[in-house]
Ligand binder design. Structure first.
Ligand code: NAD
Length: 501
């Protein structure tokens, strides 16, 4: 069995209390690795290491070019270890090898590559220092400069541990900060490995620290620690709310990426075959454990029956089973607790009168592992709980609409606002519909196509702030205005008369 410590100050360390915990492979229900469990004291140690590194200037004093080159080396090192990283991600979280090799590993490496390249370019140079000449209220030259914040904490969920680690670490490092990352306790391994890879690729010791431990202790300590300047959190809306409260004590900068209940709108002129398969992809990819999953499929009434028929036919093309097989499209849920949640919501859906037309049970041929069949509810009313609450599993609600105004009304009738899509032959018209939807991302004729060059985040209770692209990078900087006045005798400073006779 593999063993992992805490990665603090550039080296593997045991937890101060000596505690370790197994991590379970959701496909086999067997432990496959043990990981040190951080407590509050370990969080303090990791923050101290990051603060020391930041104060020393060892990272922030490097030029963007130097930092960028190191981040690009991190990306290459991730590609070099892709088989090992993919296998760890699959065993830790229950995703498929197909997803790990085509999404998790390249997505993680590309995030480091993107930010590494971006800070070597002219656009970042222009962002780092702007200059303005002013004549009022006094003649002055003005610099607006961006500086690192200091110690940035990343707290991540279990659904995409490695990609989420890169979304927190890469932009923080690009901007010159030091980092403490706390992955979810059920899926800590690849985040720890990425921490080590950063150091091996040339990030100085103490600049990246990764500790696994319970949110209520290790996480709360990080979110309240006075030496932490920013907390970037991805996870549930409930914990996000708590993080904001915890950060309030020392007024930390807080960005939150939270839950969703995203609308996937199929207009009557859409390509029905593509839209129906897109609706399956939008919900059942990674067993529905994706925050921006299109879990509410809104279908125009004139094409409703055809879409449902095509979705049911498409289900036959999804193979569920051994996560290590490249032919497997769906694996198990991350834990038995997560499967319990899904089962609870399926029972609620049936109770409230939604029509379960596929799935709704564990697969009989997979008795071991936390598997659950892709489940389609038809004739769902948007007021029902399965349409309002995040299930975070392979359950989709199909909802009819009569016209576009009604589709938009239903789409926006949610406390969430993370993602969504519009499917239509008329792209301009689809964009006009997209603009009426209250979410941070809307795809037209696609789903799940997150691009690290563009902002990602939520409206309403799906989040605060944005990650990715130059918009996400901006969140890792303090902004400073430096005013340079004229070196004149006192009579040149009219404002002195406001006080002096
Ligand atoms: P979670 O909120 O339970 O946990 C997320 C992280 O927060 C974990 O590392 C956990 O240990 C930590 N944590 C828990 N309580 C804490 C506390 N009191 N103080 C500090 N840290 C604490 O979420 P999860 O169950 O791991 O992930 C699923 C959720 O994440 C879903 O709601 C999903 O929508 C959301 N999610 C959102 C995005 C996004 O980008 N918007 C992406 C992925 C997942």
């Amino acid at each position: 069995m593999k063993e992992f410590g805490l990665f603090i100050n550039g080296e593997w360390q045991a937890a101060k209390g000596g505690k370790t915990a197994p991590t379970i492979n959701p496909a086999t229900e067997e432990p496959w690795a043990t990981v040190a469990v951080a407590d509050r004291e370990d969080s303090r140690k990791a923050v101290a290491a990051a603060k020391k590194a930041h104060d020393s200037g060892v990272w922030r004093n490097k030029s963007p070019q130097e930092r960028g080159e190191i981040l690009q080396k991190v990306a290459m090192a991730i590609f070099e270890r892709q088989n090992e990283l993919a296998a760890a991600e699959v065993q830790d979280g229950g995703g498929t090898m197909r997803k790990a090799m085509s999404m998790d590993v390249p997505g993680t490496a590309q995030t480091f590559m993107h930010f590494g390249q971006y800070i070597c370019g002219d656009e970042y140079k222009a962002m780092l220092q702007e200059e303005y000449d002013e004549i009022a209220p006094v003649p002055s030259k003005n610099y607006v400069v961006r500086e690192p914040i200091g110690v940035c904490v990343g707290i991540t969920p279990w659904n995409f541990p490695m990609i989420m680690a890169s979304w927190k670490i890469a932009p923080a490092l690009a901007a010159g900060n030091c980092v403490v990352l706390k992955p979810a306790s059920v899926t800590p391994v690849t985040s720890l490995m990425v921490g080590e890879i950063c150091t091996q690729a040339g990030v100085p010791a103490g600049v990246v620290n990764v500790i696994s431990g319970p949110g209520g202790a290790a996480g709360e300590e990080l979110a309240t620690h006075p030496d932490v300047g920013k907390v970037a959190f991805t996870g549930s809306t409930e914990v996000g709310r708590r993080i904001m409260q915890l950060g309030a004590g020392t007024l930390k900068k807080v960005t939150l990426e939270l839950g969703g209940k995203s609308p996937n709108i199929i207009l009557k002129d859409a390509n029905l075959d593509t839209a129906a398969l897109g609706a399956l992809f939008g919900t059942f990819m990674h067993q529905g454990q994706i925050c921006e999953s299109g879990t509410r499929v809104l279908v125009h009434e004139s094409i409703h029956d055809q879409i449902v028929e095509k979705m049911l036919a498409g289900l036959k093309r999804i193979q569920m089973g051994d996560t290590m097989e490249m032919s497997t499209g769906m694996g198990p849920l991350v834990s038995s607790a997560q499967r319990d949640t899904v089962e609870k919501y399926v029972a609620i859906g049936k109770d409230q009168g939604a029509k379960c037309v596929a799935g709704g049970k564990r697969p009989a041929n997979l008795p071991k592992g936390y598997y659950y069949e892709p489940t389609i509810f038809d004739e769902v009313d948007n007021k029902q709980r399965i349409a309002q609450e995040e299930i975070f599993g392979p359950v989709v609600s199909v909802i009819r609409f009569r016209d576009e105004d009604e589709a938009v009304r239903i789409a926006n009738d949610s406390v969430y606002g993370l993602g969504g899509a519009v499917w239509s032959a008329d792209k301009d018209h689809a964009v006009a519909v997209a603009r009426r939807i209250e979410t941070g991302t809307v795809w037209v004729n696609d789903y799940h196509m997150i691009n690290i060059r563009f902002p990602f985040g939520g409206y309403k209770q799906s989040g605060v702030g944005r990650e990715l692209g130059k918009w996400g990078l901006a969140e890792y900087h303090e902004v400073k205005h430096i005013h340079v006045g004229e070196n004149t005798p006192p009579e040149g400073k009219f404002y002195l008369q406001l006080l002096l006779n």
